[in-house]
Design a binder for this molecule. Sequence first.
Ligand SMILES: Nc1ncnc2c1ncn2[C@@H]1O[C@H](COP(=O)(O)OP(=O)(O)O)[C@@H](O)[C@H]1O
Ligand SMILES: [Mg+2]
Length: 360
Amino acid sequence: MISDQVIWASLPVPAFIIDPEDRISDVNSSGEGFLNASRKSVVGHPVWDQIAVDAPLEEAFLRARQQGTPLFVNDVDVGSGNRAPLQCALQIAPLLGHPGSMIMIVSPRELASRMTRGNTVKSAAQSAIGMAEMLAHEIKNPLAGITGAAQLLSMNIGPQDLELTDLIVAESRRIVKLLEQVEQFGNLSQPDFKPVNIHDVLDRARRSALLGFGADMTIIEDYDPSLPLAYGDPDQLLQVVLNLLKNASEAAGPKGGTIRLHTYFEHSFRLRRSDGSGHSLPLQIEIIDDGPGLPENIRSDIFDPFVSGKENGTGLGLALVSKIVSDHDGWITAESVPGQTIFRLSLRRAPREVAGQDKE
Ligand SMILES: Nc1ncnc2c1ncn2[C@@H]1O[C@H](COP(=O)(O)OP(=O)(O)O)[C@@H](O)[C@H]1O
Ligand SMILES: [Mg+2]
């Protein structure tokens, strides 16, 4: 039998016991981290002084306490004295055997999770991209004309003006590159589903990264050799991994860094939709880098188109990743602290009649 103390200390989410007078009577170690304060310094203090919840909770909380029923609150901003508020879900329940005491679990919403935001973001992104695609098409032709004209001019001018025509040509190239990325969205067809060996995809991406944009990086393979086949479009999945490797390499900068490609099987991982349907996403692929981490100001929007933390970025790399992953019925999340950024991709397993494998 595992002791309650061990379970309490191991809970990976902040948890608090609130006494009948609304004081903190215990806090687990995640909770100490959340408050950025030690257990000793908060126990006995009024809980709502330590934890600021941006929602009119009192009445519901009181009712839960009086009736001995649990209370769930989603998507509230929860602050704690010395830190910016985080969006969290609160789960509150009466503590068995201690009338009036409540246990409260605070789950910060997983960073940049694609699941909670559902389809609204996707369709907004889709129409922004549709518009951009049209523009891209319209701009490319005149741009080619401008570049050509600048090149012609450059043949008959002195060296100081040459700088200017070079600038026109270089900037035009940059725009063409951006437009080509926008057009990639339009060209993206529905995935051609087949059983895919994810390790082959990762190997191809790794080799191509090391020859090009990732030449300064060390890429470590940390594979689960027994991983079953995934179900997806190998070329599109390659594109996903390449975009993630490219971002990790760019974040590291010219001094380079280390990327770990980690695969594992997690059979309990399911995608659940609001309509109640769902399916299992047991194949996990993590791309982990040791760079500076996601910029604070854009971290919740990185999967949206045109969101970039780079001076010359297009903000389309992760938007394309997100589109491909959702076409695959998969899921992607990002977690980041300075020194460790993890993009985790969860995919379906190939159906056994296609893969010729044993039952799950
Ligand atoms: N591994 C990473 N480490 C740090 N920041 C990252 C990482 N991956 C993505 N980002 C941030 O997310 C932003 C959006 O990425 P992306 O959609 O690929 O656009 P782009 O690379 O063109 O800026 C990047 O500009 C960068 O600020
Ligand atoms: Mg990118």
